[in-house]
Design a protein around this ligand. Structure first.
Ligand SMILES: CC(C)(COP(=O)(O)OP(=O)(O)OC[C@H]1O[C@@H](n2cnc3c(N)ncnc32)[C@H](O)[C@@H]1OP(=O)(O)O)[C@@H](O)C(=O)NCCC(=O)NCCS
Length: 181
């Protein structure tokens, strides 16, 4: 019953989304899918590269550019200026926070101090594990893996697997294709 209802809603939602929603985004393609339960605050600043999936309950708050076939898992939050390459996988409940509140002046509430943002860059073919947090200014190199629950506050070199708080290199991804001699 619920399955059928979901099917009907999606059948109506998709064409409606493309007909009406399309005009509000900076750049999206017919092959991109944004769940009706995802929240995009600045649609005119969101760029999707095609075949992207934004799952339910994810929030995109900022100036965000995603490459081709990027998957954003449920409950994840992308905040600030973020660029992602192709084939990036973001697991559920990840926080990518490309910004900080100003805190230099004790006499002014931090809420009213100048925010800072350097931006976050995520390379191509990166896998970000569940519950990870990536802080402002970080660059994650191509092919890297961010372990579940990692707190990433420094750049991650390409093809490295990092984990922990603060995140450290656990190991490097094998360079050989399995089975190849
Ligand atoms: C990072 C990850 C891919 C590594 O997997 P793996 O190659 O099988 O690594 P291993 O289990 O052999 O662990 C190697 C070492 O790293 C440590 N480690 C593994 N994952 C870690 C993590 N997330 N944080 C901190 N340390 C971690 C292990 O304790 C082990 O340490 P030791 O050698 O001192 O015992 C995996 O642990 C992970 O976090 N996957 C994310 C899963 C996920 O979020 N899925 C959501 C759906 S997409």
């Amino acid at each position: 019953m619920i399955h059928t209802l979901r099917k009907i809603i999606l059948t109506v939602y998709k064409p409606l989304f493309y007909l009406i929603g399309f005009w509000f985004y900076k750049e999206i393609h017919m092959s991109d899918y944004i769940s009706p339960m995802a929240y995009v605050r600045k649609r005119n600043k969101l760029k999707l590269g095609g075949e992207c999936v934004l799952q339910r309950s994810c929030s995109l708050l900022g100036d965000i550019t995603l490459g081709r076939a990027v998957f954003i898992g449920p409950g994840s939050c992308l905040y600030g200026k973020i660029e992602m390459g192709d084939y990036v996988m973001v697991a559920p409940n990840v926080m990518i926070a490309a910004g900080n509140h100003g805190y230099q002046d004790r006499s002014v509430p931090m809420l009213h101090q100048q925010d800072t943002s350097r931006g976050i860059r995520i390379g191509r073919d990166v896998w970000i594990g569940a519950g990870a947090v990536i802080l402002d200014g970080v660059t994650v190199g191509e092919g890297a893996i961010i372990g579940a629950l990692a707190l990433v506050n420094r750049d991650v070199p390409p093809y490295m697997i990092v984990g922990g708080n603060p995140a450290k290199v656990i190991k490097e991804r094998p360079s050989k294709t399995p089975g190849a001699s």
